[in-house]
Ligand binder design. Structure first.
Ligand code: ZN
Ligand code: ZN
Length: 129
């Protein structure tokens, strides 16, 4: 067994205080944590754990990020310096923004959902989506 030290890259950030004021945020956040805990338990029992479980982890992350982007857009963090995925989304957004006034393009929505991930996902996986 390795030591208790957790690599900062794997550290799950503490969500912002306002997240706990929203029942929907709390529900989705706890669903995500629950699935992670289940997966951690399964992985401990059986290292060949089924990847379907990992899919549900990703699914709960997407669900939380989508809600954050839809309902808490003003509270989303800005682009993260040094995050390649932010840079990628930023380029896409600068390209296609406000073609239809008041309507968000797919690129803008994907970028917002990614920025929302910075609130709750550890650095190692934040850029996966
Ligand atoms: Zn919320
Ligand atoms: Zn980013």
């Amino acid at each position: 067994m390795s030591a208790e030290r957790i690599d900062p890259e794997d550290q799950w950030p503490l969500p912002p205080a306002w997240l706990w004021d929203c029942a929907e945020c709390v529900r989705r956040y706890e669903a995500m944590k629950h699935v992670q805990a289940v997966m951690a338990g399964l992985a401990a029992e059986d290292p060949g754990v089924d990847w379907d479980v990992t899919d549900s982890v990703v699914g709960t992350q997407i669900s939380l990020a989508r809600h954050l982007a839809d309902e808490h857009r003003p509270a989303l963090p800005g682009w993260e310096p040094g995050c390649g995925t932010c840079a990628h989304h930023r380029a896409g957004v600068d390209d296609g923004q406000e073609r239809v006034p008041g309507q968000r393009t797919g690129a803008v929505m994907a970028a917002e959902e990614h920025r929302a991930r910075h609130l709750f996902a550890p650095p190692r996986i934040v850029g996966l989506l």
